[in-house]
Design a protein around this ligand. Structure first.
Ligand code: SAH
Length: 221
């Protein structure tokens, strides 16, 4: 059984990482406070324990990645999270991004298409700490019509286009943060749904994500 230990050393490294994120332009102190409260090394293989607080992405199971802390902070800041916001996340992966949103007091619904990664959520270490975080196995392009509408939608994989069903599942006034493919990289977009159902779009920096794929994958590839 793995021993989870959040030592003073880890806490110190985490605080330093928050300073790096500030230097890189993250200004939302609520985002930084949430990330400072979450032991990122718990979400990684123990072999990566010593480097868990470097500002970089790491491999997790099934050929997927835990996003770089800067990317998590950037997307979360763009999402303008408010406590009690109902948020749909596409791409559970390591559960780190979903945990940041739950720590900020949001009601989080996260979907993963890889069965092996979804199954791991059953052992989620913070299950009792965040009853406001719910896990779903499914195809993110379909969203979660049963639980819609959402205040916010965040996509954490490279989307080939803006999924229309996810726009449908957004409340009027709601926002979506989505990295959309432009070939070699993705452009981070923030879509706002207006009261009349039309949308406006703001474009931000470029990032590099693993692809958002259609359908569910029950088998390891
Ligand atoms: N938010 C994650 C990032 C994981 S990488 C974290 O904090 O660690 C992106 C994840 O999106 C991968 O786990 C991948 O399997 C998943 N994914 C890709 N396409 C998807 C889809 N259509 N529906 C749901 N999940 C998807």
């Amino acid at each position: 059984m793995r021993k989870f230990d959040d030592s003073y050393r880890h806490k110190g490294l985490r605080k330093k990482l928050m300073d790096i994120l500030r230097e890189k332009g993250i200004t939302d102190e609520q985002v930084l406070a949430a990330m400072n409260n979450i032991p990122r090394h718990f979400f990684l293989d123990t072999a990566l324990d010593n480097i868990a607080y470097e500002d970089r992405a790491f491999p997790i199971a099934e050929g997927q990645t835990i996003s770089q802390p800067y990317t998590v902070a950037y997307q979360t800041q763009l999402l303008q999270v408010k406590p009690q916001d109902k948020i749909l996340e596409i791409g559970t992966g390591s559960i780190y991004q979903a945990t940041v949103l739950a720590e900020m007091g949001a009601k989080v619904f996260t979907i993963e298409r890889q069965k092996a990664l979804f199954d791991k959520t059953k052992q989620y270490i913070f299950r009792s700490k965040y009853p406001n975080l719910k896990f779903f196995y499914g195809d993110g392009f379909e969203g979660l019509p049963t639980y819609a509408p959402f205040d916010k939608v965040i996509i954490t994989a490279a989307a080939p286009f803006i999924p229309p069903k996810l726009i449908d599942q957004l409340k009027p006034g709601g926002k979506m943060v989505i990295p959309v493919d432009e070939g070699v990289h993705q452009r981070m977009l923030r879509i706002t749904k207006l009261p009349d159902g039309t949308t406006t779009e703001e474009a931000f920096n470029n990032f590099s994500f693993v692809p958002m794929l259609t359908g569910k994958n029950g088998y390891t590839s």
